[in-house]
Design a protein. Structure first.
Length: 292
């Protein structure tokens, strides 16, 4: 549970630029338009860096959602609250991840931005997946972002990536050890892939151990969300009737045991490069033959 500190007084907050509800200020506008010169001038003249608008948007939110890294730096150096939340609960880091601005994300992290917000909240990692920003997904995971963070509406970041058909983001999550069968109301990422009729996603999820027999809260398997006779339905039907090979099952089992450390650990094993590639889900070259 998030603990809220007691607030001394409204006038004290206004003096420090906190909690004062207003329309967009000049600082907001400069930050939103990336006008670093004007922003610097306003801050030098004593403008309040943490002024909030009616929707609790701060100038730092504005700069981050537009990816204006120079303005982000100016605001942070002037004392902007790095974890300020707007009316939707989003932080500047959420906005930077949504915008896909690696530079802004790095600046916020350098200033101590919270990577994992309270439970049941749309996290920065969720936002990166929603926007299809795989590089931000990689960075957030490297900073310790929880891949099993569960938003009460969307589920895990993997659910979001699959629902939005961002295969690159899903691949990053799965390779980093995300739970392929994590459920929201018993609905898995494979259910989402079936709903959006994305065969590539379906095949990738199954290769990573996705359960084609999993049933959601309506008792439906993924195949029941695919249009009958469609490529997605045919793919799921094949996987239901054809067990994974021993190679595939061994790879899934090994990676489940290793979890987030799978890629680093597998790379250090004394195995032929082509086996390492197989375990790391790296596409083999045309000369590779795992049966030899």
């Amino acid at each position: 549970m998030e603990i809220t500190r007691s607030r001394p007084s409204l006038f004290s907050d206004i003096a420090h630029g906190l909690g004062f509800w207003t329309d967009r200020s000049a600082v907001h506008h400069a930050a939103a338009h990336g006008d670093a010169t004007q922003l610097q001038k306003l801050l030098r003249e004593g403008a309040l860096v943490n002024m909030v608008a009616m929707d609790s948007i701060t100038p730092l939110h504005e700069a981050c959602i537009q990816g204006h890294s120079q303005c982000v730096r100016l605001l942070l150096d002037a004392g902007a609250h790095v974890d300020a939340r707007n009316i939707d609960g989003s932080t500047p880091l959420c906005d930077a991840c949504a915008a896909g601005s690696l530079e802004c994300v790095k600046l916020l992290l350098e200033h101590g931005a919270m990577v994992n917000p309270p439970l049941f909240t749309f996290s920065p990692l969720h936002e990166a997946c929603m926007g299809g920003n795989s590089e931000c997904v990689k960075l957030m995971i490297s900073e310790g972002a929880s891949m099993e963070a569960h938003d009460c509406h969307y589920g895990t970041p993997l659910h979001v990536a699959c629902a939005r058909q961002h295969k690159d983001c899903a691949k990053v999550l799965l390779n980093a050890g995300a739970n392929v069968n994590a459920a929201k109301l018993h609905e898995t990422a494979l259910h989402h892939a079936a709903k959006v009729e994305n065969v590539e996603l379906i095949e990738m999820l199954v290769e990573f151990g996705g359960n084609v027999y999993a049933r959601d809260n309506l008792g439906k398997k993924p195949i029941q969300y695919a249009k009958p006779g469609s490529p997605s339905a045919l793919s799921l039907s094949f996987y239901e009737s054809t067990p994974l090979s021993l190679q595939q099952l061994s790879r899934v089992a090994l990676r489940m045991v290793l979890g987030r450390q799978a890629l680093q650990t597998v790379a250090q094993l004394d195995l032929p490069p082509r086996i390492i590639s197989f375990l790391c889900y790296v596409p083999p070259s045309t000369t590779d033959n795992y049966d030899s």
